[in-house]
Design a protein around this ligand. Structure first.
Ligand SMILES: [Zn+2]
Length: 280
């Protein structure tokens, strides 16, 4: 089956046990965190088996990701210093973000995180001995102290705070470009995600919120977040900004929003969802 005809939502079955030789396969090639794209393709697709065979690039490891319409799919960890082969370009995942459907973006994000997990867990963090594949799931194991190392996912909260027709948007201090977004931050050890929402809002802008409502989540592989999106209602307090994190924050009427994220990110979806509700 051609990649263009595949619906990843239905056709992708994740797996960890590498199958034997097959006549067909797909390969997502990653070098130094960047994704290989085929120059002649208008939309990104993975390489097929023939393209992979002829690709002049040193392969460090292939990680089986699962099966797409019966065809095995691999994340290929390529030499991080590899030059771009003729006819191909290395792109950052961020630069592909706006040109990919969400399932394809998630799949490439998965490939990238598995390659990074493998690279970061060559040695045991406790005793320093080389790790080895555990063989039965997506983990590496230390033969010396029997510890297992899985790909790590960092839960983060992202929250749209609203006060009737006004949305609280902030310009992150470290962001590239002049744009405003919802508030976000990592969940800390020992914290529930709801506690993280209250703490982050208080830390970043000094206000209290109430009536948290879970919205949806988004895998955000920069490098390994899982964004958990919430709506929240303003309760009390004046805006006091945490300077290191927030350059600027304010209430904006929904008819008059500053430059903000598109619905390709969960921040954009939260904003759109709230406006849709206001207008309903
Ligand atoms: Zn060890």
């Amino acid at each position: 089956m051609d990649w263009e005809l595949i619906d990843l939502r239905i056709d992708f079955l994740p797996g960890v046990n590498t199958p034997g030789e097959t006549e067909r396969s797909f390969h997502i090639v990653i070098s130094d965190g960047e994704i290989l794209s085929i120059d002649t393709e208008p939309r990104w697709r993975p390489l097929n088996q023939d393209e992979m065979r002829w690709l002049e690039i040193e392969v460090i490891e292939q990680h089986y990701l699962g099966d797409v319409a019966g065809i095995p799919l691999f994340a290929v960890e390529a030499d991080p210093d590899a030059d771009e082969p003729e006819g191909y370009t290395f792109d950052t995942l961020r630069s592909l973000l706006s040109n990919l459907e969400e399932p394809a973006f998630n799949l490439i994000g998965k490939a990238k995180q598995i390659v990074e997990w493998h690279r970061d867990h060559q040695y045991c963090g406790q005793c320093g001995k080389p790790t080895e594949p555990s063989g039965f799931d997506r983990s590496r194991k230390c033969p010396e102290c029997n510890r297992y190392f899985y790909p790590r996912i960092a839960p983060s909260i992202i929250v749209l705070v609203a006060r009737d027709q006004d949305l609280l948007l902030a310009r992150p201090a470290r962001a590239r470009g002049h744009f405003f977004s919802t508030l976000a931050g990592f969940v800390e050890p020992g914290e529930t995600i709801e506690e993280a929402v209250h703490r982050e809002v208080m830390e970043e802008v000094g206000i209290r919120v109430r009536n948290l409502e879970y919205f949806s989540s988004q895998a955000w592989p920069f490098p390994n977040s899982l964004m958990l999106g919430f709506h929240a209602e303003y309760e009390s307090g004046e805006l006091i900004l945490q300077e290191e994190e927030i350059a600027e924050a304010d209430w904006f009427h929904y008819h008059n929003l500053p430059n903000h994220p598109s619905p390709v990110s969960i921040a954009g979806r939260l904003i759109h969802d709230y406006i849709r509700r206001l207008e309903a």
